[in-house]
Design a protein around this ligand. Structure first.
Ligand SMILES: Nc1ncnc2c1ncn2[C@@H]1O[C@H](COP(=O)(O)OP(=O)(O)OP(=O)(O)O)[C@@H](O)[C@H]1O
Ligand SMILES: Cc1ncc(C[n+]2csc(CCOP(=O)(O)O)c2C)c(N)n1
Ligand SMILES: [Mg+2]
Ligand SMILES: [Mg+2]
Ligand SMILES: [Mg+2]
Length: 327
């Protein structure tokens, strides 16, 4: 049975104690109030997850779904160079979800929120006829002047990514039953990369050390996000395919679909960006000291907005295809 009484439900999921000192009113009034800091810019973003499109109820636990709904939004705050502080949750609940499952969904959200000392400060609860829809809004902040935008790539810059790419897409294929992986450890690693992406908040903050960086997070796929950087900055990029970092688990699959997963798979929630070449080594060192791998995968050139993929001495255009809801 779904929620019996929405006010009783809200009481069940509200935090007992606030974590952010600037929060004045959280859940309970008509809207939340918090004090904004001077010298900081507020960051606001929202992403939605829909049952059947972003997750399957029988393939992910409510806790994992909740975790990911917040993680993907924190990833956007990280891609601005900021830190997350608050979140709001709007759920449209069908009869197929029990109150216990919803409480678990919120437990997954609180699990990642507590890592970043974020407070749940509001939202909305409605019913719907068919599939669960969850929209999370995250509010964060970045010191004025330290914001990292898509439009700041310049010719000569090095193009980089954090972590490894393509794991999440392979993990999804395992979950969907389209891929069987012999080694249990590899399978578990890839599925975990899909279900529990780690937003790169620390890496995003380290990016503030360079004088200029362009930055984006990888939700729709590397090809799509690189094209977005080029469009926003009016530049061209050359990406060396063999330099794109892969995990041992992904490489061990020797799959024909590897390129598809790496370039167009998406939901990596790693950061991709550009930095003046002279600043790359020191940025890479700073990341490495924090256990974050930063890999140079190409460079920026002057020219009309496009991404070229260099492989075996040949350059081909890397189209902006990837996950698209309406294609
Ligand atoms: N329905 C909408 N109404 C108003 N603005 C929107 C809407 N959808 C997206 N946007 C805005 O468009 C821009 C790009 O959004 P998009 O969702 O593509 O980025 P993203 O969240 O980084 O990617 P992803 O959704 O794949 O994680 C953002 O500024 C976003 O706020
Ligand atoms: C069951 C199931 N089928 C397919 C996918 C893949 N998928 C869904 S949305 C998306 C891009 C990011 O979304 P958005 O642009 O909405 O943020 C991707 C790669 C999935 N996760 N689960
Ligand atoms: Mg979005
Ligand atoms: Mg994004
Ligand atoms: Mg997003």
């Amino acid at each position: 049975m779904t929620i019996e009484d929405e006010f009783h439900f809200i009481d069940k999921i509200r935090q007992s104690k606030n974590r952010q000192p600037e929060l004045i009113e959280g859940i309970g009034d008509d809207a939340a109030l918090y004090r904004a800091k001077s010298d900081y810019l507020e960051i606001v973003c929202a992403d939605t997850m829909t049952e059947g499109v972003h997750f399957l109820k029988d393939a992910s636990s409510p806790k994992d779904i909740g975790y990911k709904a917040v993680a993907v939004n924190i990833s956007d705050v990280a891609a601005m160079g900021g830190v997350p502080k608050y979140y709001l949750v709007t759920i449209a609940v069908p009869k197929t979800w029990s109150e216990e499952e919803l409480v678990e969904l919120y437990a997954g959200m609180d699990e990642i929120a507590s890592t970043y000392k974020m407070d749940l400060i509001g939202g909305d609860t409605v019913s719907t006829s068919d599939k669960l829809v969850i929209t999370v809004t995250v509010i964060g902040e970045v010191q004025q002047g330290k914001q990292r935008l898509r439009k700041d790539a310049r010719p000569g810059d090095a193009v980089f990514v954090t972590g490894t790419i393509g794991d999440s897409a392979a993990g999804l294929q395992i979950l969907l039953g389209n891929l069987s992986v012999h080694e249990e450890n590899d399978s578990a690693f890839l599925v975990n990369r899909h279900k529990r992406p780690v937003p790169q908040v620390k890496a995003g903050q380290l990016m503030s050390s360079a004088e200029r960086i362009s930055l984006n997070d990888i939700s729709d796929g590397l090809a799509s996000e690189l094209n977005e950087l080029c469009e926003a900055s009016c530049v061209k990029m050359v990406i060396e395919k063999d330099r794109v970092p892969l995990s041992d688990s992904l490489r061990s699959l020797h799959s024909e679909q590897l390129d598809e997963w790496i370039l167009y798979g998406g939901e990596d929630f790693e950061l991709v960006g550009t930095v003046p070449p002279a600043a790359f080594d020191s940025l890479q060192k700073k990341c490495s000291e924090e256990g974050i791998s930063l890999t140079r995968i190409g460079h920026v050139e002057a020219g009309s907005s496009e991404v070229l993929l260099l492989h075996n001495g040949k350059k081909t255009k890397l189209e902006k295809s990837g996950y698209n809801h309406f294609k």
